[in-house]
Design a binder for this molecule. Structure first.
Ligand code: GLN
Length: 453
């Protein structure tokens, strides 16, 4: 515990941990010792993990990066964190994140930004670890957690993994139960592991997933033994290269890495084929209608009555309390999402925005369905840039949203997708390669990741 606390202290400038819980990890280590004696080790016996602060953890503050839930101590445990603990893992602490998982840079957090352990060569300027699972990414990259949980609604596992040179996988929508994960956009939210290697991700994912009757969208699908079946041999597999992902303004380093990634997969036995995902250009606007719409509905529960913060106005009524609580409890980005969401759901605009976006979402899904008749996996860059500087995009929401351009299509289609480290750019910053798989085919994604790693 002392060593861990020292490590957290030494890395406090990263602001990755909101709360360290080393005693929990020590209990798990002790239980692992006992299990070793009695030959009853579990898959994750004694492995200490960081937990994104979006996962409800019994008796341990779960703030979702928001002032609104600043003091919320859940009386229950999320299914995913319970699954990890049941597999023997311990919890090192709760990790910082963008407020309610809304953001791509970890700058929307009520508890201050997370800072990446990486720097551009020859510069000391602070960089973002990406978001919203930025605390998880920074902790794993800085070696103060061997692995961590993340959540991905529109790229929040994959983009921070890419920015910090680690691996992260979002499984098929429904694989991980959403029960006990603070909701952002329920039709998109999905948990997944972030770790240093593809193998570590496979091991962690196996313990996170599984059918849960408490989540109405949980998948009752067989769980494969991903780690045991890992193989970097891709003979007979086809890798789709979507031509619509060659977009203007992407740095040369990123396109060069993409080409290199194609060669790595070819070397592993895969055959590259060009594919077309014609509705790709609508994915970002579609996401930024659907996600805020669902968020505005999910966040209606923070009314000062049921959870967390309550601001009472002297002499005021119920509505004054709602207003004061929400004005005080939510940050600017969350308010922006609520405004966009309520607007696109409002009576006069519902059909023009929300219904239209749902239709386009179906077309995007269909693009992928057709493509997977021609290939087994799809390779793209994870993000259109390397990590950017803190504050560089925080005044420009559109520029920030554009950073999700390669990540959101797979989210809208509910497909498994992973970021693996590909190499460094000319500034010495990590870049990720992004693998998208067919529904329930995490294995191919992991195998291709292993071939690249
Ligand atoms: N950056 C995206 C957003 O702000 C994705 C967030 C996420 O995946 N949680 O909505």
């Amino acid at each position: 515990a002392e060593d861990f606390n020292k490590a957290v202290e030494a890395s406090s400038q990263l602001n990755a941990y909101l709360k360290a819980t080393p005693d929990n990890a020590i209990d798990a280590a002790k239980a692992a010792d006992d299990a070793r004696q009695s030959d009853s080790l579990k898959p994750l016996s004694g492995i200490p993990l960081g937990m994104k602060d979006l996962f409800a953890t019994e008796g341990v503050v779960t703030s979702a990066g928001s002032k609104m839930l600043g003091n919320f101590e859940p009386p229950y445990e999320s299914t995913v964190s319970a699954n990890l603990k049941a597999a023997g893992a311990g919890m090192l602490g709760k990790l910082n994140m963008d407020e309610f998982a809304m953001g791509s840079s970890n700058e929307t957090c009520a508890h201050g930004s997370v800072i990446s352990p990486w720097r551009r060569e020859g510069s000391n300027a602070s960089l973002t670890p990406g978001g919203s699972s930025g605390g998880s990414a920074a902790a794993v990259a800085a070696r103060i957690a061997p692995g961590a949980t993340g959540t991905d609604t529109g790229g929040s596992i994959r983009q921070p993994a890419a920015f910090t040179g680690i691996c992260g996988i979002k499984p098929t929508y429904g694989r991980c139960s959403r029960w006990g994960i603070v909701s952002f956009a329920s039709s998109l939210d999905q948990a997944g592991p972030m770790a240093r290697t593809v193998r570590d991700c496979a091991i962690l994912l196996e313990s996170m997933v599984g059918f849960d009757p408490k989540d109405s969208t949980s998948l009752d699908a067989p769980v494969s033994n991903w780690e045991a079946s890992l193989s970097g041999d891709l003979k007979g597999k086809k890798v789709g290269i979507p031509k619509e992902y060659r977009i203007d303004g992407v740095p040369e380093d990123i396109n060069a890495l993409w080409d290199q990634g194609i060669e790595w997969l070819r070397d592993a036995g895969a055959e590259p084929v060009e594919i077309s995902l014609p509705h790709t250009k609508y994915a970002l606007p579609t996401y930024y209608i659907i996600a805020p719409a669902e968020a505005s509905s999910n966040l209606a529960r923070y009314d000062g009555v049921r959870y967390g913060l309550r601001e009472v106005v002297e002499g005021g009524g119920l509505h004054d309390m709602y207003k004061a609580t929400r004005a005080e409890g939510f940050g600017d980005e969350v308010k922006r999402r609520i405004m966009i969401g309520t607007y696109v759901l409002s009576a006069g605009f519902y059909d023009a925005y929300f219904t239209k976006a749902q239709r386009v979402r179906a077309l995007i899904k269909e693009d992928f369905r057709k493509s997977f008749e021609q290939c087994d996996m799809i390779l793209t860059p994870t993000a259109p840039s390397a990590a950017f500087g803190l504050g560089e995009k925080s005044d420009d929401p559109i520029a920030m949203y554009l950073n999700d351009v390669f990540a959101v299509p797979a989210s809208l289609a509910g497909l498994p997708a992973m970021s693996v480290p590909g190499g460094l750019d000319h500034d010495g910053l990590p870049l990720g390669l992004h693998l998208i798989g067919n529904e329930l085919d995490e294995q191919t994604v992991l195998n291709a990741g292993l071939a690249i790693e």
